[in-house]
Design a protein around this ligand. Structure first.
Ligand code: NAP
Ligand code: 8YV
Length: 321
């Protein structure tokens, strides 16, 4: 019988990934993606990796026969794709299967932020409705607003579809104008921020998106403005955002993602006009199962079916498989 292909799984990963791979492959688990945890005699035997989180350049240098890194999540900023390309390793991610879940959560976060539903529920649970009367009217509403999407890819598009149902006018900023959508295009983020009063960031973490939502952009969004981030914390100048919320430069914010997760800036925790979620936009059993299934399908596709399902553009599939 042929020897099983050896797959390394650093750190925690959704159990469904392991369920799908255990029978077909020789799975080696380590605590994290650290070359010191893979002895040299084992390193040469590893041909695949399934990972949720970080997989850096030292790991690519340490595993000479690595062919594929199947990453859990559509954002693959934790994987050093430059190093992968340099070592002729294919990287895959999990696009499409989470679009609707993330878009649903974005709308929930937007409504929580504007209509203060978490605070209203806390009011009820604390017995304040019976004791003190109705929860105060919310100063903000979705009515009459215009939304700007910073990023109009798979998830941005799904968010826009939902916002249309709310009767909200939609505009967007991306590097390339799309000819297949009816929404107003703004060639700069600042122009978009100035044109709308809801700004939703759903762009990847790349060198170009670092702290692009800064004091200047928040100023342009204005005192009635609401900022929502479901992309990556990397995209926001968090100090500038906390200051803008405190000083009324913008009205409110809703965040699912942070620069240094799971650590959330103290300043955010103290602010009343911010709604905070612990990176849960895709976090339902059904959607995480679909993501896990796609991680496994990429590994199986590569080793058994002639190619991965969803390779990332930075590592086009070579003839190696
Ligand atoms: P996608 O389909 O690749 O869309 C990315 C969008 O961002 C595109 O419209 C792209 O347009 C735009 N973009 C990229 N770089 C840009 C830049 N420098 N300036 C302006 N626009 C830029 O990706 P997706 O599937 O929608 O996912 C987007 C991101 O959401 C992921 O990478 C991930 O970080 C995040 N995410 C978060 C969660 C969560 O749990 N909170 C869940 C899923 C995804 P152009 O290329 O034309 O610029
Ligand atoms: C996941 C995400 O929370 O897909 C992404 O890019 O941010 C989320 O869906 C994460 O990747 C894995 O925990």
């Amino acid at each position: 019988m042929a020897e099983k292909v050896r797959i390394l799984v650093p750190g925690a990963i959704n159990a469904r990934v392991l369920d799908a791979l255990y029978d077909r492959y020789d799975i080696i688990r380590i605590d994290r993606a650290d070359p010191a945890l893979v002895p040299a005699d084992v390193a040469g035997t590893i041909r695949g990796v399934a990972v949720s989180g970080t997989f850096g350049a030292p790991m690519f240098a340490h595993l000479p026969n690595l062919e594929i890194v199947a990453s859990f999540g559509v954002g693959y900023d934790g994987v050093d794709v430059k190093a992968a390309a340099a070592h002729d390793v294919v990287v895959t991610n999990t696009p499409d299967v989470l679009d609707d879940e993330v878009a649903d959560t974005t709308i929930g976060l937007l409504i929580n932020t504007v209509r203060q539903l978490p605070q209203a529920e806390a009011w009820l649970r604390a017995g304040r409705w019976a004791r003190e009367g109705a929860f105060p009217l919310t100063p903000l509403s979705l009515r009459g607003r215009k939304a700007g999407l910073y990023g109009l890819g798979r998830i941005g598009g799904a968010i826009a579809e939902r916002l249309k149902g709310f009767g909200i006018e939609i505009a967007y900023h991306t590097r390339r104008k799309r000819d297949d959508v009816p929404y107003a295009y703004h060639p700069t983020l600042k122009e978009l921020a100035a044109a709308v009063d809801i700004l939703i960031a759903i762009v990847p973490k790349t060198p170009d998106t670092h702290k692009t939502v800064d004091a200047d952009i928040l100023e342009a969004l204005g005192p009635n403005g609401v900022f929502i981030n479901v992309g990556r914390g990397w995209t926001v100048d968090e100090e500038a955002l906390a200051s803008a919320l405190e000083k009324g430069v913008i009205a409110a914010a809703g965040l699912d993602v942070f620069q240094d997760e799971p650590n959330v800036p103290e300043a955010f925790l103290k602010l009343p006009n911010i709604s905070l979620l612990p990176h849960v936009a895709s976090a339902s059993v059904v959607t995480r199962d679909a993501m896990a299934g796609l991680v496994a399908e990429n590994v199986i596709g590569w080793f058994e079916r002639g190619g991965p399902v969803t390779p990332v553009p930075e590592t086009p599939v070579s003839a190696r498989g």
